[in-house]
Design a protein around this ligand. Structure first.
Ligand code: ACO
Length: 307
């Protein structure tokens, strides 16, 4: 028995902020944002806090896994925009869900948080520590974006995605998580301040590091690139995804992207994309799926799973 994604859910706030809306806020244009990033619009949480967004996504994941909140043994929540300094947003979510038989904690690995969490959940399940784990990626990046800074404010959005992981037919064939803390200043946010990013450096690092991690997991699992049904990269920039796909030799049709609708939602981006890919019939049981991400830390990694 391997680790299987048995349930999925996501939530994005209804408020849409388009590139044309941003033209009225900062000196930018729809043309610049679209050609440099692939983003057309993003969702902004006005009234929703991170716990509420995580809660809605989690309820859907739990419902689709056909379990009850009391069946969950561990709640892992990846975010770089926690509700409070402490306790963890995972604990706030646990209370809201009434997941009384679980314990809960947050994962801080920026955009890589969701795949870090998947690796952790897989280890728990395979060791026999837990049978059902709820893993959530949630962000309210609009709170830590400087709306005067055109080089960052056009990139990010808010949302949440959740999965239930259980024992089952699926399997995580290989995963490789990495970090290099000496590079932290390339992308960070201070305790009470805004996201600071050296975009050009990050762009090159993102392509190189995700390519290396993807090659590692393919080789470690003895899977050829042609056998991969779908790649779901962290949604940071369409040009990063295109370069990565080209370097790996994966045709564009096999690379899932929804960045045009949501921008970069950091830890939430992969689970939201997983849900949408599944809903669109692009993700079926038995498919080999490659996930890869890169973000603040710097952190990065890749994972190959049989869905
Ligand atoms: N509108 C118009 N012009 C802009 C904007 C904007 N929104 N932003 C920057 N510019 C200008 C710059 O001022 C610069 O002008 P100059 O030449 O007169 O100085 C010019 O456009 C080019 O700017 P660059 O920063 O060089 O543009 P680049 O092509 O590198 O694209 C981008 C910037 C989109 C940020 C890109 O570097 C990128 O995507 N980087 C990677 C981001 C990433 O991967 N993040 C992942 C992790 S995120 C996380 O962990 C939370």
């Amino acid at each position: 028995m391997g680790t299987t994604i048995t349930g999925m859910g996501y939530y994005v706030p209804p408020k849409v902020l388009t590139n044309f809306d941003l033209e009225k806020i900062v000196d930018t244009s729809d043309e610049w944002i679209t050609t440099r990033t692939g983003i057309k619009e993003r969702r902004i949480a006005n009234d929703e806090n991170v716990t509420q967004m995580a809660y809605i996504a989690s309820l859907e994941a739990i419902r689709s896994a056909r379990i009850q909140p009391e069946d969950i043994e561990i709640i892992l929540l990846a975010t770089l925009t926690p509700e409070l300094r402490f306790p963890s947003t995972a604990c706030l979510l646990q209370a809201k869900l009434g997941a009384t038989k679980s314990y809960a904690f947050d994962i801080s690995a920026a955009c890589s948080g969701f795949i870090y969490g998947l690796e952790l959940a897989d280890a728990y399940i395979r060791s026999g520590k837990a049978k059902n784990i709820l893993l959530v990626g949630v962000e309210k990046l609009s709170e830590i974006v400087d709306w005067q800074d055109r080089s960052t404010c056009v990139l990010f959005g808010d949302g949440a995605g959740a999965v239930v992981l259980s024992e089952g037919e699926g399997e995580i064939l290989s995963s490789k998580m990495l970090s290099d803390g000496s590079l932290w200043e390339i992308l960070y946010a201070p305790k009470c301040g805004y996201i600071s990013m050296r975009g050009k450096e990050l762009f090159k690092m993102a392509v190189r590091s995700m390519e290396d991690a993807c090659r590692y997991v393919l080789e470690a699992s003895g899977v050829s690139v042609e056998e991969v049904s779908l790649m779901i990269p962290h949604q940071a920039n369409i040009r990063i995804m295109d370069s990565l796909a080209e370097k790996l030799g994966i045709p564009k049709e096999k690379v899932y992207s929804n960045i045009h609708k949501y921008g970069n939602t950091s830890a939430a981006s992969i689970p939201i994309a997983l849900c949408e890919a599944h809903a669109e019939g692009k993700l079926k049981r038995g498919d080999l799926v490659m996930l890869t991400a890169m973000g603040g830390g710097l952190t990065w990694g890749a994972m190959l799973l049989k869905f």
